[in-house]
Design a protein around this ligand. Structure first.
Ligand SMILES: [Zn+2]
Length: 139
């Protein structure tokens, strides 16, 4: 997806939306009310286009996740949330719906009666040596 066709790049450029933070490398805005999982549900994005965590530059990802933390803390201070759920999907068949890296930060309260953590389990064939395979690539 090119920058020109990206809805989040267009949003960043236009300034439309309810912005809670706009910084050099990352920005945060309220999701549309129709899609909000909770009051204050916020999307945190890098200001430079990348599709997801698989292609983000380390600098962009670091700035974005640092803003995820600051937004999360703000939710506890400003909204009285007791915790947050942070959600991201990156890459084909991940469930990603907008091809610009974004983290959903959803505030939680004891009385919200929401089940926001995935409860399904993958039906993909077991990979018994998954830990060893990952460690070998990361060495
Ligand atoms: Zn974009």
């Amino acid at each position: 997806m090119s920058d020109d066709a990206c809805v989040f790049c267009e949003l960043i450029e236009s300034g439309d939306g309810v912005w809670v933070a706009r910084e050099g490398l990352a920005a945060a805005f309220l999701t549309l009310p129709t899609g909000a999982l909770a009051p204050g549900h916020t999307l945190v994005v890098p200001t430079a286009h990348c599709v997801g965590v698989l292609d983000a530059s380390p600098e962009s990802l670091a700035a974005t996740t640092a803003l995820v933390q600051r937004v999360s803390v703000a939710m506890t201070r400003a909204l009285g949330a007791t915790g947050v759920v942070v959600l991201n999907a990156s890459g084909p068949f991940s469930g990603q719906t907008v091809g610009h890296l974004h983290f959903h930060v959803v505030p939680r309260w004891p009385d919200d009666d929401a089940e926001l953590w995935p409860s399904d389990r993958s039906s993909h064939a077991p990979i018994p040596d998954a830990g060893e395979l990952l460690a070998a690539v990361l060495r």
